[in-house]
Ligand binder design. Structure first.
Ligand code: SDX
Length: 428
């Protein structure tokens, strides 16, 4: 494979180095392009621009492959647990039994949050979207743990900051829901595993002894694994670029939560259910909504369909679709919007518009159906995505810091007015 590319411009020829990754992906290294030729590259939305070299997640959009640190998403979803996957993503290898026990113990020890954070939570109106509450609560950690503000502190102190947010995120997520319900918060129960503890804080009440259904806890654990990382997506790139200014880990994660919130990104899982409900309320005519999605004059998009990288099935969507069937069967639920989703998928996959543009169901298309089945309210779906994506954001932030990457600062091509004289107000 060639390791240089040749660019001819204005009568000059430039040799540009080409880097090759461990899966034979190749990229042109353009760091010196402007100094040598005066040229920058243009790529709105960075559709074809690499921002970093990363050893965390590999995905092949054409083949529908997704691996975390070399392990296939299918294997991890079937055989691992979310906390073990978090360890793998952040520290680079699967833990030994002893290391995993220590990690789990550290996480359990830090699930409680400072009592004063409840005062901040109480300040939110009950109609506050849980994602806004979550990103705010994460940022409050900079106030309660001021040593976390400096990412250049010792590894032990940085690792403690990592453990703290991994441990406290389920508490924050559940409390953001309690705020919306106007219910008292439920404190963590350190006898429970990660997902069971979250579910009890979400749905438990001081007046009852909430029992977690193991089917629900297992389905949630699998969903969190499937969301744990996805290389340089919008929210992860946000975490990296905020972290590149040497802002704190918690500032970067809070920024990532806000980037994920958008309906074109993590907010799509909420938008999918709202779309399916709209189709159901409209009589279930999927062909009508497929036509709307194809109509350039109609802003309607088929939420949960299409992906910047996957031009084949999103492997996570396949796993989630099967899991949705399993969970609904085990829980004895017959959700009519699951049938609408399957009919919509079948119609779209046989429609030239979607086939031509390689638009397939993505991770968000079926995840909302499982969240609904296990009782998670729709406006909490993107919070669940953030809970799952947290270890990926941490791993990517840590890698960016360890690689001492420079502050992110893209260039531009200016298209505004050329030099003009200032005219005093009384002469205009
Ligand atoms: C996530 O990047 C990641 O890894 C993200 C993620 C992760 O794990 O972090 O995988 C999670 O964000 C999944 C995506 C969730 N978003 C949605 O489901 C929203 C609906 N999907 C689209 O908005 C869209 O497909 C995107 C945003 C996902 C991707 O958009 P791109 O890559 O910028 O592609 P595009 O908007 O330029 O679309 C290309 C063409 C256009 O038509 P033409 O102009 O060529 O005629 O496809 C059309 C688009 O109009 N198109 C759609 C469509 N998605 C793309 N048409 C109808 N419905 C859709 N859903």
């Amino acid at each position: 494979m060639s390791d240089t590319a040749e660019l001819k411009f204005n009568g000059n020829t430039y040799q540009l180095p080409v880097i090759t990754g461990s899966e034979n992906e190749q990229g042109i290294q353009i760091s010196n392009l402007r100094a040598e030729s005066g040229l920058i590259t243009m790529d709105p939305g960075f559709k074809n621009t690499g921002s970093t070299q990363s050893a965390i997640t590999f995905l092949d959009g054409e083949k529908g492959i997704l691996r975390y640190r070399g392990y296939s998403i299918e294997d991890l979803a079937d055989r691992s647990t979310f906390l073990e996957v978090a360890y793998l993503l952040i520290y680079g290898d699967l833990p030994s039994a002893e290391a995993f026990a220590k990690f789990r113990q550290e996480i359990t020890f830090h699930t409680l949050v400072h009592e004063d954070i409840k005062k901040i939570l109480d300040g939110f109106p009950s109609n506050a979207h849980p994602m806004g509450v979550l990103s705010s609560l994460v940022c409050t950690l900079t106030a309660f743990y001021p040593k976390s503000l400096d990412p250049n502190r010792s590894w032990d102190e940085v690792n403690l900051s990592i453990i703290r947010i991994l441990a406290k995120m389920p508490t924050f997520a559940a409390w953001s829901y309690k705020n919306e319900m106007g219910h008292p918060v439920i404190y963590p129960d350190n006898k429970l595993d990660y997902c069971s503890n979250f579910l009890r804080m979400m749905f438990g009440l001081p007046t009852d002894n909430y029992e977690v259904d193991p089917v629900v806890a297992s389905a949630l654990d699998k969903l969190l694994i499937l969301h744990a990382d996805h290389e340089q997506n919008c929210s992860t790139s946000t975490v990296r670029i905020v972290g590149s200014s040497q802002a704190s880990l918690y500032s970067a994660i809070s920024a990532g939560i806000n980037a994920l919130w958008g309906p074109l990104h993590g907010g799509a899982n909420q938008a999918v259910i709202e779309m399916l409900e709209q189709i159901k309320a409209d009589g279930g005519d999927t062909a009508k909504f497929i036509a709307k999605a194809k109509d350039k004059n109609d802003s309607f998009r088929l939420m949960g369909f299409g992906h910047r990288v996957y031009k084949n099935f999103d492997p996570r969507a396949k796993i989630i679709k099967k899991a949705a069937d399993d969970v609904l069967n085990k829980l004895g639920i017959n959700d009519p919007i699951l049938e609408i989703a399957k009919k919509l998928e079948e119609t779209a996959l046989n429609d030239e518009y979607f086939v031509e543009r390689k638009l397939y169901p993505n991770v968000d298309f079926y995840s909302g159906i499982i969240y609904r089945a296990i009782g998670i309210p729709t406006e909490m779906f993107t919070v669940m995505f953030a809970l799952g994506r947290l270890p990926g954001w941490i791993a990517q932030w840590k890698e960016m810091r360890e690689n001492r990457e420079p502050i992110g600062r893209p260039r531009q091509i200016y298209t505004g007015p050329q030099l003009r004289e200032y005219v005093d107000l009384n002469k205009r």
